[in-house]
Design a protein around this ligand. Structure first.
Ligand SMILES: *[C@@H]1O[C@H](CO)[C@@H](O)[C@H](O)[C@H]1NC(C)=O
Ligand SMILES: *[C@@H]1O[C@H](CO)[C@@H](O)[C@H](O)[C@H]1NC(C)=O
Ligand SMILES: *[C@@H]1O[C@H](CO)[C@@H](O)[C@H](O)[C@H]1NC(C)=O
Length: 382
């Protein structure tokens, strides 16, 4: 009995000292924090330390990121935000069949595999509650629920700004029940209504749209605005967005629309974070000829309205085998089109076709070509 007591005490002490040896991230959001966002593939933590080493905030895909990736980032002191779509039906998700047809609205202008959803529906909220629970189980510090701006679009469900405010309150409450933080994605119209319960904001293209000043009050609360613009071409010399009106104090970055590992920071540095696997092919946004002119938030937004995040296809299990951890060879694949391992087979649109340790087909079905989305790690039929 006595010894059992000491045994318990001893194991408790051991457990405690082990716990202390792993520093946890300081999950405090403050204005101006440097960030990185990667939704095409996941940060390859086997290549740590990952550039940019001085970015404390990382926004990554909820579904693609495994517990190891998230816990490794957190051990390195990073704050991990997990991204998912909270306002659209994505037909390839495992839980998609839990969203009844009666809760599905119009197809998104640019994304044929997605529809707006009725965010007040119990079925929809059950699905999202499960996704938030998953984020908690994976160890995410915060969530980045996307596509909550259906009210700014032709949604087919009569969604209004008041619906979005109610939904953000519910998402906040649900995340808070797991001790997770939450940010508002775009939706500047409702920012002032939910500013006090949002820990941060994520914005795409407010400089391009000329509406960054909509964040002035939010920034004054010392909350960060993680702001991304998509100049084409993406290069450190094309940085005029960095000085756009209203961007002062924001966490400004420039990226390719695919949201791969590359990021240009406004101090002129370019970082290429190694990524691996990822079941999400990028959406075909880049083929859209020209961008629409900036419009104020209050009017109907022209595309790209929702996030240009990558989507995945229903065939995730067969298409992508995340590359195994490189053991012997770190050598980049020279040419993804090299038919060496392919044996004459052809990859379909969106499929992987090359990259470190890739052993599948390296030639694409016509008319697609194998492109280095994140060379040398990942090539894809686009
Ligand atoms: C956490 O980070 C914030 C912002 O950088 C800082 O103000 C605060 O003192 C930190 N807290 C701890 C416990 O380190
Ligand atoms: C920079 O990006 C913008 C926006 O995509 C584009 O219109 C412009 O041509 C680019 N400028 C240069 C010098 O590449
Ligand atoms: C943008 O502002 C920075 C200082 O914040 C300055 O060094 C840089 O020259 C400016 N760039 C442009 C393109 O105006």
């Amino acid at each position: 009995m006595f010894s059992a007591f000491f045994w318990l005490l001893w194991t408790a002490l051991i457990a405690r000292s082990l716990g202390q040896s792993a520093p946890e991230a300081n999950v405090t959001f403050v204005r101006g924090q440097k960030w990185q966002i990667i939704l095409l593939g996941v940060p390859d933590v086997s290549k740590s330390p990952l550039p940019p080493t001085d970015a404390p905030v990382w926004d990554i895909d909820l579904f693609d990121s495994d517990i190891t990736t998230i816990s490794t980032l957190k051990r390195q002191g990073k704050i991990v935000i997990c991204y998912f779509s909270a306002g659209t039906y994505e037909n390839w998700r495992d839980d998609a069949n839990q969203i009844p047809a009666s809760d599905q609205g119009k197809i998104l202008l640019q994304w044929p595999d997605e529809k707006w959803i009725r965010t007040s529906s119990t079925a929809v909220r059950n699905v999202m509650a499960n996704r938030i629970k998953l984020a908690s189980q994976k160890g995410c510090d915060a969530i980045d629920p996307d596509n909550t701006d259906g009210y700014q679009n032709d949604n087919g469900l009569n969604l209004k700004a008041s619906d979005a405010i109610d939904y953000m309150r519910w998402l906040h409450q649900t995340a808070a029940s797991y001790g997770m933080k939450i940010g508002l994605k775009n939706s500047i119209d409702i920012l002032n209504d939910v500013a006090l319960i949002m820990d941060f904001a994520v914005n795409e293209q407010c400089a391009y749209m000329g509406e960054c000043t909509g964040y002035n009050n939010f920034l004054a609360l010392n909350k960060p605005v993680f702001h991304v613009e998509y100049p084409t071409p993406l290069s450190a010399s094309n940085n005029t967005y960095c000085n756009a009106t209203g961007t002062s104090g924001m966490s400004n970055i420039l990226k390719d629309l695919t949201l791969d590992g590359r990021t240009v920071y406004c101090d002129g540095t370019t970082m290429d974070t190694p990524v691996k696997g990822g079941t999400n092919p990028p959406r075909p946004s880049r083929s859209t000829p020209g961008r629409p002119p900036p419009r104020p938030t209050t009017s109907l937004r022209p595309p790209p309205t929702s996030s240009p995040r990558p989507t995945s296809s229903p065939r995730t299990t067969t298409r992508f085998t995340p590359p195994p951890p490189s053991r012997t060879s770190q050598r980049p694949t020279s040419t993804p089109g090299n038919p060496g391992g392919g044996g004459g087979c052809r990859s379909k649109h969106w499929d992987q076709c090359g990259g470190n340790d890739w052993k599948g087909c390296t030639v694409c079905e016509s008319p697609y070509t194998c492109k280095g989305v994140s060379p040398p790690y990942y090539y894809q039929c686009l």
